[in-house]
Design a protein around this ligand. Sequence first.
Ligand SMILES: CC(=O)N[C@H]1[C@@H](OP(=O)(O)OP(=O)(O)OC[C@H]2O[C@@H](n3ccc(=O)[nH]c3=O)[C@H](O)[C@@H]2O)O[C@H](CO)[C@@H](O)[C@@H]1O
Ligand SMILES: C=C(OP(=O)(O)O)C(=O)O
Length: 430
Amino acid sequence: MKYIQVDYSGPLNGTVRIPGSKNSSLALLAAACLADDIVTLNGIPRIEDIRMITAISQDIGLSMEQNGGQVVLDPRWIHSAVIDPSKAAGFRASYYFAGALLSKFGSVTIGFPGGDDFVSRPIDQHFKAFQALGAEVKLFDDHFVVEAAELKGADIYFDTITSGATINAMLAAVRANGRTVLRNAAVDPEVVDTAVLLNRLGARIYGAGTPQIRIEGVPYLQGGTHAVIPDRLIAGAFLMAAGIHGGQVTVQDVIPEHLDACLSKLEEIGMHIERGEQHVTALGTGSLRATRVRTGMYPNFATDLQQPMTALLLQARGKSIITDRVFPKRFAHVPQLRRLGAQIELRRESAFIRGGVPLQGGWVHASDVRAGISLVLAGLAAEGSTYITGVEHVERGYEDAIANFRDIGASLSMRELDACGMADRMSMRT
Ligand SMILES: CC(=O)N[C@H]1[C@@H](OP(=O)(O)OP(=O)(O)OC[C@H]2O[C@@H](n3ccc(=O)[nH]c3=O)[C@H](O)[C@@H]2O)O[C@H](CO)[C@@H](O)[C@@H]1O
Ligand SMILES: C=C(OP(=O)(O)O)C(=O)O
C-alpha cells in the first residue's frame, strides 16, 4: 500500500503550473459523445478519474487517444449505451454519460455514481431534468436506466443549485427537439466550459454562467477542438500552502477570476495576494488571522477548498469557524487532523477550529481527494513526519501532487508500506 510521507517543511517558495480542471475535463469528455465527428480536447489531466473514462470508452466504442494532455475522441463508433455499474461507481462524473448518450441511443443503462463520500450526494435533480425532457428513469439495485423515445425541450427549475445536474441537463437538451430553459442553474466555470465546447461543436446554448440557460436543440454536432479551463481547486490549495509558514507561491496558467472568493478569504486572514493576467501570487506574512468561512456554490467559497482551508486556519491564532453549506457532513478530514494534535470541534455542519496549536506528525488517512491535500498541508506544519494513506483518493484529483509540492520546497515523498506495517495502521481509519 502506498502512502505519502510529509516532513515538517519551512516556508514554501516557487511556482506551480496548474493543470486542466478535473471536474471540467470529466464533463467535456462525456460531452464529446454528443458530436458526430472527431473532438480534440487539450489540457486534460492524467488522473485516475480520466483513466476510468478511458475504461468506459473502450466498453462503449468511444475511441479515445491520449497523448500527454491532448485527448482525441471519435464518437462516431459508439455502439453501446450500457455502462458497467462497477466502472460508473468508480467516480462521480460517470453520471454525465447518461445525459450525453441519451439523445443518440434513446436508452442509457448506467451504474450509480461514486466519487467522494460526503454521506449524502443525491442525484434527484438529474432525474428531474431527464424526466422533464420526456425520459423515464428506472432505478435498480446497482444501476439506473434512462429511456426516451424522443427528447423534447422543456422548462426546468432546479430545486437546488447543482453544477452536476445543470451540466447533465444541458447535455441531454442539446440534441432535444425544441427549446429548453434551465432555471436556478449553477454558474460554475465548469458549466460555462462545457457550454463553450458544445457551442463550438454547433450547439445553441445561451446564458451559461448565469442562473438561466436557454438551449435551442440541434440535430447534429460537428467535431472541433477545445482547451479545458485550469483547475481552480488545485490552484487554491497551492496558494493556501504559501500561508502555512509564510512563503511565496505563484500559481501559473490560471484564470484569477475563478479564484475570487478564495483570494478574498486569504487576504482577509492576512496573506498578501497579487493577481496577474494568468497567474496569482500568494505571500504568507507568517501571521494569520482567524476567520469565519461559509462554503456555497460558485461564486461563493468552494466546498472543495474547505479542507485545505481548515488546515491553513490551524495556523491562524484564535478561533475560526468553517461551515459547509454545500455538503454539510464533509468533514472526514477533521478526525484525521485531530490525530496530528489539531483542536477542532464539530458541531452540526461546522468545524470550530482553535488555531495556533502546535501539530505533531503521525499516521492519518485521506478518505477523499481534498481531505488528502488538507492532510498534506497540515503535515508540512507538523513537527516530525506525517504519513498519509488513502493515496488513491489524492491521485483521483492530482496529476503530480508530490512533484508540485517538492518544486516549491516541501519535503514530501511517495512510499510503500509492507503487509505487516499495513496491519498495524488499519486501526487509524476512524
Ligand atoms: C465531478 C464534479 O464536478 N464534482 C464536483 C461537483 O459535484 P456534484 O456534481 O456531485 O455536486 P453538485 O453541484 O451537483 O451539488 C451541489 C449541491 O446540490 C445537491 N444536489 C445535487 C444534485 C442533485 O440531484 N440533488 C441535490 O440535492 C448536493 O447534495 C449539493 O448540496 O460539484 C461539487 C460542488 O461544487 C464539488 O464538490 C465536486 O467536486
Ligand atoms: C468532490 C470532489 O470530487 P467528486 O465530485 O469527483 O467526488 C472533488 O473534486 O473535491
